[in-house]
Design a protein around this ligand. Structure first.
Ligand code: F6R
Ligand code: ZN
Length: 187
């Protein structure tokens, strides 16, 4: 029998207590994501900053999983720090992203090329429909922390986004955040 549990989530730091797992992504592990290769290489050769961490709470045999993603603020060239972006392997699985602190943009793309964005800021819980690729982008000056919730076996399919990119880029232009066409997108 599964037993209930209370899990503490700190909305500022993103700490999950107790957590069952975590991983971190430094910029060096995110080659190919940014179009300014020189800026990426210079940052990797320097401090190779931590771009984001994912912490999870998974209860064995449960049909629910949740956790946090903690994204550092930063930019590579004019592009903000972002996650890799993925579809779920199990195409029928959606997800929610509930922002706790910071600000950002959730960029979503359907299989047939529709693009949508959802603002990420405290108080907004984004609904990610099944079979929409999703990437979060920290457009602010502080950490972007959100709670995600999906099926534990949803799985991640990274290949398509890694190979083709996403149709839109979120960039800093003249001190503003802009969503522009990705000139390198492979249709
Ligand atoms: C799980 C999910 C999040 C992301 C995390 C990192 O389905 O969407 O936990 O995995 O924000 O993003 P990726 O995995 O795209 O690097
Ligand atoms: Zn996901």
């Amino acid at each position: 029998m599964l037993l209930p549990a209370g899990v503490r989530i700190d909305g500022r730091s993103g700490a999950v207590t107790p957590a069952t797992g975590s991983y971190a992504k430094h910029l060096s592990e995110l080659a190919g994501l940014y179009r300014d290769k020189a800026a990426h290489a210079a940052m990797v050769a320097g401090q190779d900053p931590l771009a984001y961490e994912v912490v999870d709470y998974r209860h064995q045999d449960s049909d629910l999983a949740f956790g946090t993603t903690i994204m550092a603020p930063g930019r590579v060239g004019d592009e903000f720090f972002m996650t890799r972006g993925h579809f779920h392997e199990r195409r029928e699985c959606g997800e929610t992203y509930y922002t706790q602190s910071g600000e950002g943009i959730l960029l979503l793309q359907s299989r047939d090329g529709l693009v949508r964005t959802v603002e990420m800021k405290p108080g907004i819980c984004a609904f990610i429909p099944p079979d929409w690729a999703h990437r979060s982008i920290n457009t602010g000056d502080e950490k972007l922390v959100f709670v995600w919730h999906c099926a534990p076996d949803a799985g991640h399919e990274y290949g398509e986004i890694l190979e083709k990119g996403m149709r839109k880029l979120v960039v800093a232009r003249d001190g503003r955040v802009e969503i522009v066409d990705n000139p390198n997108f492979v249709s």
